[in-house]
Design a protein around this ligand. Sequence first.
Ligand SMILES: *Cc1c(COP(=O)(O)O)cnc(C)c1O
Length: 366
Amino acid sequence: MSGVTESPPRAWAEIDFEAMRQNLRIAKQHAGEKEVMVVIKAGAYGHGLIETARAMETEKPKFFGVANAGEARRLYKAGIETTPYILGATLPAEREEIAARGWTPCLCSLEEMVHFNQLGSVKAHLALDTGMGRGGFLPHQVDEALEMLKRCEGIELTGVGSHLPVADEDAEFTKRQFEVFDGLVERIIEELQPDRENFSVHLSNSAGLLNYESRTTNLIRPGLMLYGASPLPEHQEKLQATMTLKTRVSLVHELPKGHGVSYGRTLLDRDTRAAVLGIGYGDGYPRALSDQGTEVLIGGKRCPLLGRVTMDQIIADVTDLERCEPGEEAILFGRELLVSEIAEKAGTIPWEILTQITPRVERRYS
Ligand SMILES: *Cc1c(COP(=O)(O)O)cnc(C)c1O
């Protein structure tokens, strides 16, 4: 079969690492040049775990934020040197590997402390629950946690962190959360007297670092904004989209007024030139975008979707385009049509859209 030219994929995602590095610079500027944990969980929000880690390692992050030991292991096997930080409670079966390979867990319970202590030596952060309810010590449990830590000689506490549940929704709650966190951190530092040079204090995700300040933190944990989507619309302008989701026109055809389009037969209200595009919910382009006034870009112009999103194909109205030919590129989201707009049309959030793009969509890096 040699000599056969393999055809390009029907749907692909173009990833722009220069834009990602630029977004990181914006995050750092906002945070007053603190250190950074680059959050690359969930395959770097669909951008590709290893490729993104390699591209961002040049920026010298202090940690890569991952969801679990499996993601940390993939970084390790790829030779990534930046320490993985596990963003949540660890499973008992993950802990031996975490300790042995020097990854940093956040301690969410006394049980975790006792177990890690038995495994030898580990550098770990203390997780505080200041409102997220997803793990960590509540303010009234901090004394107990510190008592236990003092008895766990195998654990070196190298940081403390907490997480923000409503930094993009509720300023009053979030401000109070910052105060509570800062107060707890000051107490912990006084009590434990850690080596401040190597002690990380962190609270802010993207929304947190864009809009709030802390007196104790020295590390930020941006995720979404690095990928060019702002959780707060007023900051969107500063960021550049890092993923452009593309497909191609496979067919252009004329359909008469009153004809049905796609499953469920959405009826055309005019004679229509329709373009069939090679992407669908099997690629992670949500079916929920059907009949929501969703648009795609063809030749730089916005064209409305017609009818329902199917597994592998969608249909767009190109009646108003001067020309549209099979093979032509179409953009589902990117710089000119933001993933946030698509998320809103689909009734979800940009985090979900990015992480749901399936492996069938080839990632192309520049
Ligand atoms: C995912 C995550 C982040 C990154 O949040 P963004 O809103 O994407 O910036 C930060 N911290 C923790 C604990 C997370 O789980």
